[in-house]
Design a binder for this molecule. Structure first.
Ligand code: PAF
Length: 286
């Protein structure tokens, strides 16, 4: 596996197989099984696979966890090598954001809701770095996890709006055996909080069961998720949402029969904020 730290090194590596397809997995490191599933899918669908490891300061708000974000570069590199990744780009901050850096890539609209409403600068940071990584890496396909449902929607919008010449592939959320969505931030949880954190999955699964049984009132689905979370004393709900999967606008009352629904939530366990979602399609009621 080639480890590259500069844009020139990446371009040289990409030039050597310019006619082959490249699958890209962008990460902030501290890799878990969810990232590795993206790598495996990328490997299965492309001639070459590349990954990036960059903890992007621009997507963290001033009170968020940038300085304590978990890092373990050596472990990450071993994991990527074991998966057969061809090359990995590990830039320093100054490579991505040199001193005279001045550009922001901003998707407006769907960034106003859900995560974007609570973390106002977050998605500008994500789209700015992802646009740069796409330009640097020149992938044929880029792989993202459904766990970050709004990130997927925002990146897709950016790819459409700015005519990036690549496909976005979305992979299912990787889960622990008890249902907790895999996340680098799970590392912050105490054993008590880790046990309590399954409440997100239980809340979503309960609402999914109701949906499958024919419940189509979004207020009822939201309320059922809130009930499950409210009996867990360590869980402090930031938001619970039942939103249109395309516009990400909250749906009040009856869900139109031709629409699915994106159930999502952000929940604090002390300072650790976890997110999760289920995307329910109309076909799921069968
Ligand atoms: O999902 C992440 O890990 C990050 O938001 C990403 C896409 C690597 C951009 O920094």
């Amino acid at each position: 596996m080639i480890i590259t730290e500069t844009i020139d090194e990446v371009r040289t590596a990409r030039r050597q197989h310019a006619l082959e397809t490249l699958g890209l997995v962008t990460t902030m490191g501290f890799l878990h099984e969810g990232h590795l599933q993206l790598v495996r899918r990328a490997k299965a669908e492309n001639d070459r696979v590349a990954a990036t490891i960059f903890v992007n300061p621009k997507q963290f708000g001033p009170t968020e966890d940038l300085s304590r974000y978990p890092r373990d570069l050596q472990r990450d590199l071993h994991l990527l090598e074991a998966e057969g990744v061809d090359y990995v780009f590990v830039p320093g901050d100054e490579v991505i954001y040199p001193a005279d850096y001045q550009t922001v890539v901003s998707v407006t609209g769907i960034t106003n809701y859900l995560e974007g409403a609570r973390r106002p600068t977050h998605f500008d940071g994500v789209t700015t770095v992802v646009a740069k990584l796409f330009n640097i890496m020149q992938p044929t396909r880029a792989y993202f996890g459904q766990k970050d449902a709004q990130q997927v929607a925002v990146v897709r919008q950016m790819v459409r709006d700015l005519n990036f010449n690549l496909d976005i592939v979305v992979c299912p959320t990787a889960r622990e055996t008890d249902g907790l969505a895999m996340s680098s931030r799970n590392k912050y949880l105490s054993s008590e909080q880790r046990r309590a954190a399954t409440a997100l999955y239980h809340a979503l699964s309960g609402a999914e069961t109701m949906w499958r049984a024919g419940e189509r009132n979004s207020d009822v689905l939201r309320e059922s998720m809130m009930q499950v979370l409210s009996i867990e004393p360590l869980a402090h709900v930031d938001y619970i949402s039942a939103a249109d999967p395309v516009t990400l606008r909250e749906i009040e009352g009856e869900i139109p029969s031709d629409k699915g629904i994106l159930l999502s939530m952000a929940v604090f366990f002390d300072k650790t904020r976890l997110i999760d979602n289920f995307l329910l399609t109309p076909a799921k009621q069968d």
